[in-house]
Design a protein around this ligand. Structure first.
Ligand SMILES: Nc1ncnc2c1ncn2[C@@H]1O[C@H](COP(=O)(O)OP(=O)(O)OP(=O)(O)O)[C@@H](O)[C@H]1O
Length: 323
């Protein structure tokens, strides 16, 4: 559902993008690269390499005609660093799933474990902190603050989180998305693709463990959408971010390592993507596929690699492993 205000249902909760504090670079090389297709019931099994575990999630909300069962017993485990395209017909629950993962919507039943924290056990304040530390969100309609410059849009969440280097980090991140010549432009003075790049810079500036994107190319023309997609995957490669992308675009979905298809609030298909494989069953859910290419991006899409001076900490050592 192309919700103009995807955060409206969570109006009583803390806005995510403006309050997320800076998080240190926490990519764990011990956890990266695994592909985990296990659907788990938690049952005490270890999820050490999981960025996200959803265990039997139900979400019911009151609609005008009574209660709507939006998610109905959905379980999913996503490895750290994995990219997952979430597809499905309109109304199947894709956006609702993102809201639950982000902690913006509490499930009626079930458990969400995000970056090692069981969200169901947390107070609202603790939930907001985990969200701010661990999650970046990018929406189809950018959600930038119109009265602020590009630089301020990226820097202000960092500043609110107490980062003294907020503006320096914001400059670096905007440079990494190719916008160092547009720092003082307000959203209304930027193209759609530029606005989405600002939104991506804002999401990645805090180096989240998990990036949630709801139709991130939905408002863009094909070429600009492709470049935004290149950028997302290049930032993912750089930071080891786990990506969960909701899309109606078959090509975008197939750019991910894994595709999960929803229908009526349950997972009906869950595949690792093989570029050479014949069209999988979920392809039938797409009316008119566009073809984005499969990604192996290591350089920035705007003609140069992401800024080497982004504030990276050295990767932590793997316990029990020698170099
Ligand atoms: N606040 C709400 N109260 C009641 N029902 C809701 C609410 N928000 C969404 N729904 C319903 O939940 C279902 C799933 O909505 P959701 O936005 O998650 O679907 P979606 O798969 O993202 O759809 P689309 O592809 O059209 O964006 C829809 O039937 C929708 O009408």
């Amino acid at each position: 559902m192309a919700r103009a205000e995807p955060m409206a249902r969570a109006s009583s909760k803390t806005p995510t993008l403006m309050t997320r504090p800076a998080a240190p670079y926490r990519e764990d090389p011990c956890r990266r690269g695994g592909r985990n297709q296990e659907r788990t019931g938690m049952n005490g099994s270890p999820h050490a390499d999981s960025a996200l575990v959803l265990d039997q999630i139900h979400l019911s909300l009151k609609g005008p005609a009574g209660e709507v069962n939006i998610l109905r017993g959905l379980s999913l485990t996503v490895s750290a660093g994995q990219s997952v395209g979430v597809v499905g017909p309109s109304g199947s629950g894709k956006t609702s799933l993102l809201m639950v993962i982000a902690g913006l919507e509490r499930p009626s039943q079930g458990r969400v474990v995000l970056a090692g924290r069981d969200l169901s056990a947390l107070s609202e304040d603790a939930l907001a902190r985990v969200r701010r530390d661990s999650v970046g969100i990018v929406f189809q309609s950018f959600h930038l603050i119109p009265s602020m410059s590009a630089l301020e849009n990226v820097a202000v969440p960092l500043e609110l989180a107490g980062r003294r280097d907020a503006f320096a980090v914001a400059r670096e991140t905007l440079a990494a998305v190719g916008l160092d010549h547009r720092l003082d432009h307000r959203p209304g003075q930027l193209s759609g693709g530029e606005q989405q790049r600002v939104a991506l810079a804002r999401a990645f500036a805090v180096q989240p463990r998990v990036l949630l994107a709801d139709e991130p190319t939905g408002n863009l023309d094909g070429e600009t959408g492709q470049r935004i997609l290149d950028l997302i995957f290049s930032l993912k490669a750089r930071f080891g971010t786990t990506l969960i992308l909701v899309t109606h675009d078959l090509g975008l979905a197939r750019a991910c390592e894994r595709v999960v298809a929803l229908r009526d609030g349950v997972i009906v298909d869950d595949h690792l993507v093989s570029p050479d494989a014949p069209a999988p069953a979920w392809a039938a859910l797409f009316p008119g596929p566009r073809l984005f290419r499969r990604h192996a991006v290591t350089e920035g899409p705007w003609g140069r690699p992401p800024s080497p001076s982004l504030p990276l900490s050295p990767p932590p050592a793997c316990p029990g492993k020698t170099a």
